[in-house]
Design a protein around this ligand. Structure first.
Ligand SMILES: O=P(O)(O)OP(=O)(O)OP(=O)(O)OC[C@H]1O[C@@H](n2cnc3c(O)ncnc32)[C@H](O)[C@@H]1O
Ligand SMILES: [Mg+2]
Length: 197
C-alpha cells in the first residue's frame, strides 16, 4: 500500500483527504497521528508558498512522501480577505465560529448576493525526500450567505453558498463536497502528477 503523510492538524481536511485518497489505494496519515510533530510557521505570502513550507518541513523530518494543504476563503468585496489569514482571521485561537461571525460582520449592509462573491482556494504541495516539490491549485466559486446554514464540513462551509448548487457547502453530504470542492479539484491535478512520476 502507498503511504502518504498529509501535513495538517486540521481534522476536517484529514477526513476529506482520507475519503479522496483511500479509494486510490493510499494509506493516509496526518500530523494527528504524530502529536509531537514539529510546528511549521506559515510565513509565506501566498497559499502556494505556505503549502511548500509545510510539505518540505514534514517530508524532510519524517523522510516520507508528504502533501501539505494551504487553503482559505477569498471574498471579492474584502479585496481577497481573509485569504491566507483565513484560519486566524478572528484571532490566533483558530475558532471557526468566530471566523464566520467576523466575515458576516464585515459584510453587514452588503445585501446583494452578487456583491458577496467569493471563492475557496486550495494549494497543495507534494514533497518527496530528495525530489523537487510540486504544487497545484484548485478553486470553488460561490457567495457568502446572509446567515449560516448546515452542520457538515468544517471552517467556513456554513456560510459558503456554492455557485450553481445554491446551497451552503455545510448542507452538502461529504460525497457531494468531495465532487466539487477546491480541495478535490487540486488533488485530482496532483494525482495526475504523481501517476506520471
Ligand atoms: O495548516 P493546517 O495544519 O493544515 O490547518 P489549518 O486549519 O491551519 O489550515 P490553513 O492554514 O490552510 O487554513 C485554512 C483556513 O481556511 C478554512 N478552510 C479551508 N478549506 C476549507 C473548506 O473546505 N471549507 C471551509 N473552510 C475551509 C479553514 O477552516 C481555515 O480557517
Ligand atoms: Mg494553518
Amino acid at each position: 500500500m502507498k503511504e502518504i503523510i498529509i501535513a495538517t492538524k486540521n481534522k476536517g481536511k484529514v477526513k476529506e483527504f482520507e475519503a479522496l485518497l483511500a479509494p486510490l489505494g493510499y494509506l493516509v496519515q496526518s500530523l494527528l497521528d504524530y502529536p509531537d510533530s514539529i510546528d511549521v510557521e506559515e510565513t509565506g505570502t501566498t497559499f502556494e508558498e505556505n503549502a511548500i513550507l509545510k510539505a518540505e518541513a514534514i517530508s524532510t523530518h519524517y523522510q516520507r512522501m508528504t502533501i501539505a494543504d494551504d487553503s482559505g476563503l477569498a471574498i471579492d468585496y474584502l479585496d481577497g480577505k481573509p485569504g491566507i489569514f483565513s484560519a486566524r482571521y478572528a484571532g490566533l485561537a483558530k475558532d471557526d465560529q468566530a471566523n464566520i461571525n467576523k466575515v458576516l460582520e464585515d459584510l453587514t449592509g452588503v445585501d446583494e448576493l452578487e456583491s458577496r462573491s467569493a471563492r475557496f482556494i486550495c494549494a497543495l504541495a507534494l514533497s518527496i525526500p530528495g525530489g523537487k516539490t510540486k504544487t497545484v491549485e484548485g478553486t470553488c466559486e460561490g457567495y457568502i450567505a446572509m446567515k449560516q446554514q448546515g452542520e457538515n464540513g468544517f471552517g467556513y462551509d456554513p456560510i459558503f453558498i456554492v455557485k450553481n448548487l445554491n446551497k451552503t457547502m455545510a448542507t452538502l453530504s461529504k460525497e457531494e463536497k468531495n465532487r466539487i470542492s477546491h480541495r478535490a479539484e487540486a488533488l485530482e491535478k496532483l494525482i495526475d502528477i504523481i501517476d506520471q512520476s
